[in-house]
Design a protein around this ligand. Structure first.
Ligand code: SIN
Length: 340
């Protein structure tokens, strides 16, 4: 009996220590890992989030950022998030397939989005939330969507006509829609981690790749790619995600403060993304190592026609309803833009 009473006292003291001011003030560290350079829209927004989060939580939360695949490459970082080795990531949504969540690949359908506004309308609405819910059974919670603008295609040969793609080995992210897209153009898609792209291009393991101009420039791909085609054929969407257990285990006041910081960082990210890409393109041109090609309307029409069958190919896996719902939201967004 005496032993049980003593045990109870010890437990009460331990509980008291856990909620004592000293313990409550203990710093919580959020490890935020990503694969791109710090001076990209994502890199800058991660830094903005760090600053906002640390102020909003009065230093109770510390955010450590690990850019440029310093800790983990694509794929590895998702596994690390699931086991809690890192707490926050912002991968391209094209990389969720290996988790068994293929729905996000809808964003990879070629020429799906005419403008960034249309993308925002989709990700900020019911569709964006519905897709985030698919991650929850995998122990992942979606906090926000960021973006890196339209994707362009580079190679060591000019790519203007569909025939120019014949047998070109093109690096893609781990999305079946992206692989199918390049197969339709006659190319050979090669799935590869982002951190390996520069060396693969340099060594001729692949002939080309698709990306935003900010990623192209900050990864120095202009040093190893002679041609860049401004095709706007796809859009680079990011999901800022956290380990669900970690996030839900945070004290409610801290979580609220962090959510506010994330909202503000998201506004900042979207405000800079387009300009960062325009500036990067100017730097690519200035470097003088890569010839930049603008597709003519006829060339673009040829690409679109060649890529249209990708939609039918993925209707059954992605879902016709989802594709149509995105089409409807996009059309409404464009109407709104036209009226302005
Ligand atoms: C990123 O922007 O996060 C990387 C995109 C890629 O893997 O191409």
């Amino acid at each position: 009996m005496f032993t049980i009473r003593r045990l109870a006292v010890v437990l009460v003291l331990m509980w008291g220590a856990a909620v004592a001011p000293g313990a409550a003030a203990q710093t919580i560290t959020i490890k935020f890992s990503h694969v791109v350079a710090p001076d990209t829209p994502k890199g800058k927004a991660a830094e903005k989030f760090r600053q906002l989060a640390e102020v909003a939580t009065k230093g109770r939360v510390k955010v450590e950022i690990y850019p440029n695949s310093q800790l983990y490459r694509d794929g590895d970082e998702l596994e690390a998030l699931q086991r809690g080795a890192v707490h926050m990531l912002a991968p391209s949504v094209s990389k969720f397939g290996p988790l068994g969540v293929r729905d996000f690949e809808v964003f990879d359908l070629p020429y799906l989005f005419p403008s960034a506004e249309a993308v925002y309308r989709v990700i900020d609405g019911e569709i964006g939330q519905r897709l985030f819910a698919k991650l929850e059974p995998r122990g992942i919670k979606g906090l926000a969507y960021w973006d890196n603008g339209f994707k362009q295609i580079s190679a060591n040969r000019p790519l203007r006509k569909v025939a120019d793609f014949r047998a070109a080995k093109v690096r893609v992210q781990s999305s079946k829609v992206l692989s199918a897209t390049f197969r339709k153009l006659g190319a050979i898609p090669q799935v590869m981690a982002f951190s390996e792209v520069y060396t693969a291009l340099q060594q001729g393991v692949v002939d080309g790749q698709e990306n935003s101009t900010s990623n192209f420039y900050t990864q120095k791909m202009h040093e190893v790619q002679k041609h860049l085609t401004l095709s706007d054929h796809g859009f680079l969407v990011y999901a800022v995600i956290v380990n669900r257990k970690f996030w839900e285990g945070l004290p409610a006041d801290l979580r609220k403060a962090l959510e506010g910081a994330m909202q503000e960082a998201t506004r900042y990210e979207r405000a800079i993304a387009a300009k960062e890409n325009t500036d990067a393109l100017a730097l690519v041109r200035a470097a003088g190592t890569t010839q930049v090609h603008q597709l003519t309307p006829a060339e673009r029409a040829e690409w679109r026609a060649a890529l249209l069958p990708v939609y039918a190919e993925f209707e059954s896996t992605i879902g016709r309803d989802l594709i149509q719902a995105i089409g409807a939201v996009t059309a409404a967004a464009e109407q709104g833009r036209a009226k302005k």
